[in-house]
Design a protein around this ligand. Structure first.
Ligand SMILES: Nc1nc2c(c(=O)[nH]1)N[C@@H](CN(C=O)c1ccc(C(=O)N[C@@H](CCC(=O)O)C(=O)O)cc1)CN2
Ligand SMILES: NCC(=O)N[C@@H]1O[C@H](COP(=O)([O-])[O-])[C@@H](O)[C@H]1O
Length: 189
């Protein structure tokens, strides 16, 4: 299975995929390319592993530029891993069913435009939720509206702050990201 990973941040989810390939949890899986919409630590991680890496910083044309790079690469799956730009309707329709995203909450709660990173964790704390988690879902033209593939949960303690949720989310994301790719590999082959 050839995958392309889109990134914007620290790259912890990218690292989880790299590690899973190296430890044999994702056999027959190859990260064919990493594409970033901004300079970020995920780019450094990708380059450290000699993965073909593209920095596409023109926000208005990211989807078009990314599609150009994907052409002819026989990519089976696109993984949005901490990716913070909204993909165009045209791009999503062309790759429909082959793009997944990981979100740091139990969708449909706390999803949509403006809901990313610390904004999500703050919303969970403000709501006083006792349970939160993360979600892997298919990507559609709408933001965080696609069919849910997997979710993982954790308990929110009264004393928890944003940093605590970031840590707990990261642990759940590590599990469900790999499980989701394994599940789709069985389906796509
Ligand atoms: N067409 C789609 N594109 C993307 C989706 C999607 O479901 N459909 N998922 C997002 C990932 N995401 C949450 O999981 C998400 C990312 C970014 C935003 C957001 O509001 N972004 C800001 C800009 C932030 C920045 O560039 O620093 C914005 O667009 O104003 C919300 C949700 C990835 N793409
Ligand atoms: N809605 C998008 C969003 O908030 N994505 C979140 O960015 C964090 C950093 O990812 P990274 O360490 O893999 O870059 C992750 O928790 C991911 O769920």
């Amino acid at each position: 299975m050839k995958i392309a990973v889109f990134v914007s941040g620290s790259g912890s989810n990218l690292q989880n995929i790299i590690d899973a390939i190296q430890d044999g949890s994702l056999p027959n899986t190859e990260i064919a390319m990493v594409m970033a919409d901004r300079d970020c630590y995920a780019v450094e991680r990708s380059l450290d592993y000699d993965i073909p890496t593209f920095l596409l910083e023109e926000k208005k044309t990211f989807s078009e530029d990314a599609d150009h790079n994907l052409e002819g690469e026989n990519i089976d799956l696109i993984v949005l891993a901490g990716f913070l730009s909204i993909l165009s309707k045209e791009f999503v329709e062309k790759w429909q069913g082959k793009i997944i995203n990981i979100h740091p909450a139990l969708l449909p709660k706390y999803g949509g435009k403006g809901m990313y990173g610390k904004h999500v964790h703050q919303a969970v704390l403000d709501a006083g939720d006792q349970v939160s988690g993360a979600t892997v879902h298919f990507v559609t033209a709408g933001v965080d509206e696609g069919e849910i593939i997997l979710q993982g949960e954790f308990a929110v303690e009264k004393t928890d702050e944003i940093a605590d949720l970031q840590r707990k989310v990261a642990e759940v994301e590590k599990e469900i990201m790999i499980q989701a790719i394994q599940k789709l590999t069985e389906k796509i082959g």
